[in-house]
Ligand binder design. Sequence first.
Ligand SMILES: NC(=O)c1ccc[n+]([C@@H]2O[C@H](COP(=O)([O-])OP(=O)(O)OC[C@H]3O[C@@H](n4cnc5c(N)ncnc54)[C@H](OP(=O)(O)O)[C@@H]3O)[C@@H](O)[C@H]2O)c1
Length: 298
Amino acid sequence: MKLALGTVQFGLPYGITNTAGQVAEDEVMRILHRARELGLKVLDTAAAYGESERVLGRRGREAHAFQLYTKTLPAGQAGVDAAAIRRVVQGVHGSLSNLGVERLDGLLVHHACDLLGEGGQDLYAALLELKAEGVIERLGVSVYSVAEAREATKRYHIDAMQLPLNVLDQSFASSGELTRLKQAGVEIHTRSVFLQGVLLADELPAFLHTLAPGFARFKAVCAQAGMSQLEGSLAFLRQQGVIDHVVVGVLDVGQLEQIATAWHRSAAHIAFDFTACNMESLPAITPSNWPALQKEFR
Ligand SMILES: NC(=O)c1ccc[n+]([C@@H]2O[C@H](COP(=O)([O-])OP(=O)(O)OC[C@H]3O[C@@H](n4cnc5c(N)ncnc54)[C@H](OP(=O)(O)O)[C@@H]3O)[C@@H](O)[C@H]2O)c1
């Protein structure tokens, strides 16, 4: 299990707790440099993350030293037809050109519904062709729920999957889905470890008040164990031994340093029980359900 670097923050002013805006390019350079020194191997981006791919492409060798995972453009609301498939495939070529590479280590379908709705099989077939041509090493999907993960793996061969997992949203762990995915040979990437930074704050934003009981229990476990909320968030992920990459987002090198230190320290905290923090049944644990201005970018 390793840390990986999320890059939506490089292309957009992303994140509910983010008051600093989009990361400046000279800071991106420092973050990438330090991430390499710290042994991170994977960058996660998407065609839909504003300037993110182009910013990485401009960094050239510094970005190309990582394994690059990007995501498809949305195929469209009304089912996937031939024109939509052409747009998505053109989008992949656009991503290659933005990133300045000839092949991708991973391509994830950004919205699982594009694979699971009408025409999804044709889209998958078109992307599989890109894999056969050597343009993509691993083909996978980004999901929001256990149900999407189950359906996607039932219908398709999935090499890699990105999914949400944190102390308040334990659904992939409690359902046994993580283990099942691992047994099926899927490379597992998790996101939302800090719930966009919310888990690291002293208090929840008012609109997330329904999560208060789980958040209070999380703070109590951390206080009892003498660990920071950063360490606690990461310790919970460490406990799920089957994860390949824990995707984290940072706004500056200082945050990356803190995460790396906390990741190291969290190894001593894997015995603590976070089960009582689980709020997985509540809509508020999913950032795409947050009010319009605070929406997670999807
Ligand atoms: N559908 C998808 O495929 C999808 C969706 C969302 C995200 N992602 C990927 O996941 C990546 C991470 O996004 P996420 O939503 O999962 O974010 P996250 O990693 O849960 O939280 C990142 C935020 O936590 C805060 N933070 C980090 N280190 C900190 C520290 N040491 N001290 C205080 N605050 C700290 C920062 O915000 P503040 O400093 O403002 O607090 C940072 O922006 C993205 O870059 C993207 O690549 C993918």
